[in-house]
Design a protein around this ligand. Structure first.
Ligand SMILES: [Fe+2]
Ligand SMILES: [Fe+2]
Ligand SMILES: [Fe+2]
Length: 445
């Protein structure tokens, strides 16, 4: 009894749905690309194994520098997008091989500009990984409709400022200004992050930036950045606990329509599917189905739209889980399973940063809960598991059963429905399962 009481207390402390409630519960919020990308950039940090907020700090540094350089607003916006997305390609490829300790640039995190020496095989693998994430990232930037300049900035963010480097730029052609600012912001953030403390880097930062001028950094831009780094206002903004809100407040990108938001999020859902060894479009299909089931449960159109948004983002947290765990044809070890079980938590934290999506974040965090209390991460029970999370979980499970896996062939719809029925009262609420079946039964052949 005492142990149960203790579990309940712990549950209430970190799994309180009221923390995620928001006034826009019933309405799909009008969101800008900048707002959505600011939040989702944390998933790219996870994919790269960087300290959370790397991409947001790069965006802060890049837009600060671009504004100080007097760049026009459209170019500042391109810098902003390029900075947030510079490492999005990591979400589409395996994590990079780490360079040997003590080798690499000053930051120890950017081996692209270092000439391989003795262990050239290892360095060749590092450079191949870096090249791949630049190429993947620029393709994703194009799919998001952010324009060629942003795509080029992503493609060349590991290039040197004079155009030499990994991307396919013609030799001797100077990297465009937007791309140079993005690359500089990435290297300066890495340099700052490698220092022991904010006070130490505040003191040494300007000098360190000047030392990188001429080799890694465009000398003129480096000098401008060094003068910015001499100001307290720059550092206060960089270390602001609410940097995400500051970036969202910059107002970059027009507000997206409902269809634009679905398409925008669908690009990221495709990236997650691809990384996890699943066919592209699978998550979009699950999300469409979840929306239809929500409507049969008498939810409003807008609430059903929110269910669709949550379904599109449900597995964004898997970017923090090694891809081989997710597609392992064998049973996971306990350690591997405990890592996989973190993905709803990562996703919940990322989605909760988007204004108006607090409720959706809660549903995302609960999409692997079961009404019998045997789910994860919170082992919620009965009514504690939100209806919306169950709907997402049902559609996901049905789609998984009817899709090929490395270890088994796809089931027929009839067989999959039978399996789902067997989960009534344990994993899923029987009433919701009946509503789900009415939709699944009406799917086109
Ligand atoms: Fe990178
Ligand atoms: Fe980076
Ligand atoms: Fe999941």
């Amino acid at each position: 009894m005492a142990a149960n009481a203790q579990i309940q207390t712990v549950k209430a402390e970190f799994l309180d749905p009221s923390l995620y409630d928001d006034t826009g519960l019933a309405a799909l919020p009008r969101l800008s690309r900048g707002t959505v990308l600011t939040a989702l950039s944390r998933a790219f940090d996870l994919a790269e194994g960087r300290r959370p907020g790397h991409s947001q700090r790069v965006a802060y540094i890049g837009t600060f520098l671009a504004t100080e350089l007097g760049m026009e607003l459209p170019q500042v916006e391109e810098v902003f997008y390029g900075c947030l997305l510079h490492d999005v390609g990591m979400a589409a490829s395996a994590p990079p091989a780490q360079p040997p300790a003590g080798r690499g640039s000053r930051t120890g995190k950017d081996p692209a500009s270092v000439v391989p020496a003795a262990d050239s095989g290892h360095w060749a693998a590092v450079i191949e990984t870096l090249k791949a994430h630049c190429e993947h990232g620029s393709r994703i930037g194009r799919k998001l409709g952010l324009g060629e300049t942003v795509a080029r900035a992503i493609a060349s963010h590991h290039d040197c400022w004079d155009g030499s480097g990994l991307s396919d730029s013609p030799a001797g052609e100077k990297t465009p200004m937007v791309a140079r600012v993005v690359a500089l912001a990435d290297r300066v953030e890495s340099l700052i992050d490698a220092e022991a403390s904010p006070l130490a880097v505040r003191r040494r930062g300007p000098q360190l930036i000047r030392e990188m001028a001429g080799s890694e950094l465009d000398p003129a831009l480096a000098e401008k950045m060094a003068t910015i780094a001499e100001r307290d206002t720059f550092w206060l903004g960089l270390y602001d606990n609410d940097l995400a809100a500051t970036l969202m407040g910059l107002g970059h990108g027009p507000l997206m329509s409902r269809e634009d938001l679905f398409d925008f999020l669908g690009v990221f859902a495709d990236v997650v599917d691809g990384r996890n060894g699943r066919e592209s479009g699978r998550s979009r299909r699950v999300a469409d189905m979840a929306r239809r089931v929500a409507l049969t449960c008498d939810m409003t159109e807008r609430r059903a739209d929110l269910v669709k948004v949550a379904a599109l983002l449900q597995d964004i947290g898997t970017l923090g889980v090694p891809a081989q765990f997710l597609s392992k044809p064998d049973i996971l070890t306990i350690d591997e399973m405990s890592v996989v079980q973190l993905h709803p938590v990562y996703a919940r934290d990322i989605v909760s940063e988007i204004p108006g999506l607090g409720a959706a974040a809660w549903w995302v965090g609960c999409h692997h809960e079961r009404i019998d209390g045997k789910g994860y991460p919170g082992m919620l029970e009965g009514d504690e598991v939100p209806t919306e999370a169950q709907i997402i979980g049902m559609c996901e499970a049905f789609d998984a059963l009817t899709s090929d896996r490395p270890y088994r062939r796809a089931m027929s719809r009839e067989d999959a429905t039978e399996v789902m029925r067997g989960l009534a009262g344990t994993r899923f609420d029987p009433y919701l399962l009946a509503r789900f079946e009415s939709v699944a039964g009406a799917l086109p052949a």
